[in-house]
Design a protein around this ligand. Structure first.
Ligand code: UD1
Length: 430
């Protein structure tokens, strides 16, 4: 079993470079199904969800070749729809993008319902509503989504009842090759929605309005292969910003788009942290003394992201006074609270609201990751805490953060992965 060991209390310094955005890379990789040609995708993050996506593409009959650590060549000419294995579909949430892409290209798809982090109920009704509006017949039977559009798909106007990243992207994928115009109203505005639209447009699609709440997709006959580079990961960048703020450090985060970080920057500044914008990097400079208490509510972009909820909770634990953190997107995003409580945090959760009373310091403990971003919060808490903290269930972290230990070590953290054999207590560094 692999764990992470952190000897906390050290300041970070120098710089850390951010990789490609997971939540853009996954739909872009699976979106290559629509292209039926050779694409080269660059700046992929080296994380296990990318490996799962490439395994999905191979299982469907695509040719997949890594050109270097972060670049892949994919040829989807020979993809057979409806053949994604159950286990791969369950391995991550983003597997549902196969459905939009297959439906768009072949007019048919069949896939097991997706897995992913457990934030309570994660419905896909808005995806289905969109596919049906385009003319597909959709059934969900025995945990499988079956879609068929024998006459092909036809553009339509779709009003999203909820702002959903996944549904916006999935409908966009399905609509690119549909006949006529599709309009998605109340669309998600996240940078990864824009990146997927940019990728598809580079392939010959006709999508306008991505990044606003009305996206228009004029159907085209076919797409062609391209070379495309994924944008930097704003959540990875935000996580490193929080690492710096929690440890009173002076750290530069490189390869970022500061515009995407505005809500995170605003909250850190409110807490008394100094952020300098260098165009493609941000410098996080902690000021002397404790962080200031603030209230935070997570929201769809451009609001403060739900995927940065657990990370800022750690800072609020260390701030002077009582803060309120409200989750505006998911029902169950506070599973990490139990673990922070083991480290001495004072947090009371009532539904989607956490009341966090700042403490002067956290205590080292053995803690578990309950999901991907909760895992990132455990790392931040451990970095900020004197003594050794051991983090378990780190496979969650590896789904979404590339070389996290190496990157933080390069900035002065005492953090390493340890391998603990299941049967004994001996450990060795890996
Ligand atoms: C994506 C991200 C996830 C992030 C989330 C919000 C991926 C793989 N995952 O998830 O990390 O936390 O965006 O930024 O990119 N909803 C419905 N019906 C639907 C779809 C969603 O009611 O058909 C609701 C959800 O229950 C949730 C809200 O809409 O309350 C937002 O979900 P959505 O934006 O779809 O999240 P994902 O795309 O699953």
């Amino acid at each position: 079993m692999e764990k992470i060991s952190v000897i906390g209390g050290k300041r970070l310094h120098g710089s850390i470079t951010v990789g490609g955005m997971k939540n853009a890379a996954l739909p872009i990789l699976l979106g290559t199904i629509l292209v039926g040609d050779k694409c080269v995708i660059e700046n992929l993050p080296e994380i296990s969800d990318i490996k799962s996506s490439l395994d999905i593409l191979s299982s469907l009959g695509a040719t997949v070749k890594m050109l270097d650590r972060t670049t892949v060549e994919i040829n989807t000419a020979s993809v057979r729809p409806g053949t994604m294995p159950y286990e791969l579909a369950r391995s991550m949430r983003a597997s549902y993008y196969v459905v939009g892409a297959e439906l768009g290209r072949f007019g048919t798809s069949r896939a097991a319902c997706p897995g992913g982090c457990d934030f309570g109920v994660r419905p896909i009704d808005q995806h289905i509503k969109g596919f049906e509006a385009l003319g597909a017949k959709v059934d969900v039977v025995d945990g499988c989504i079956n879609c068929v559009a024998p006459e092909g798909l036809t553009g339509s106007s779709i009003y999203m009842d909820i702002v959903s990243v996944g549904a916006t992207i999935n409908i966009m994928l399905a609509a690119v090759l549909a006949k006529g115009m599709t309009v998605i109203d109340n669309a998600a505005k996240e940078p990864h929605v824009v990146d997927v639209a940019n990728f598809l447009n580079t392939c010959g699609a006709d999508i306008s309005g991505a990044g606003t709440d009305v996206i228009k997709i004029r159907g085209v006959e076919s797409l062609h292969g391209v070379t495309y580079a994924i944008i930097p990961d704003m959540i990875e960048a935000g996580t490193f910003m929080m690492c710096a703020a929690a440890t009173g450090s002076d750290l530069t985060i490189e390869n970022v788009i500061p515009k995407h970080l505005e809500s995170i920057t605003a909250k850190l500044e409110e807490m008394g942290v100094d952020i300098e914008d260098f165009g493609d990097a941000v410098r996080v400079k902690s000021v002397q003394g404790p962080l200031r208490r603030i209230n935070v509510k997570t929201m769809p972009y451009p609001g403060y992201p739900t995927d940065m909820n657990p990370q800022i909770a750690v800072l609020l634990c260390l701030a002077q006074g009582t803060s309120i953190l409200t989750e505006g997107v998911w029902d169950t995003r506070f599973k990490y609270v139990e673990e922070l409580t083991r480290m001495g945090a004072h947090i009371t959760v009532d539904g989607r609201k956490a009341v966090i009373e700042g403490v002067s310091a956290l205590k080292p403990a053995t803690v578990k990751c309950s999901d991907l971003r909760a895992g990132a919060a455990m790392v931040i808490a451990a970095l900020a805490t004197e003594g050794e903290t051991v983090i378990e269930n780190i496979y969650h972290i590896e789904r979404g953060y590339e070389h996290l230990c190496e990157k933080l070590r390069g900035a002065g953290a005492d953090i390493k992965k340890i391998y603990v054999p299941d049967t004994g207590s001996a450990t060795k560094a890996v």
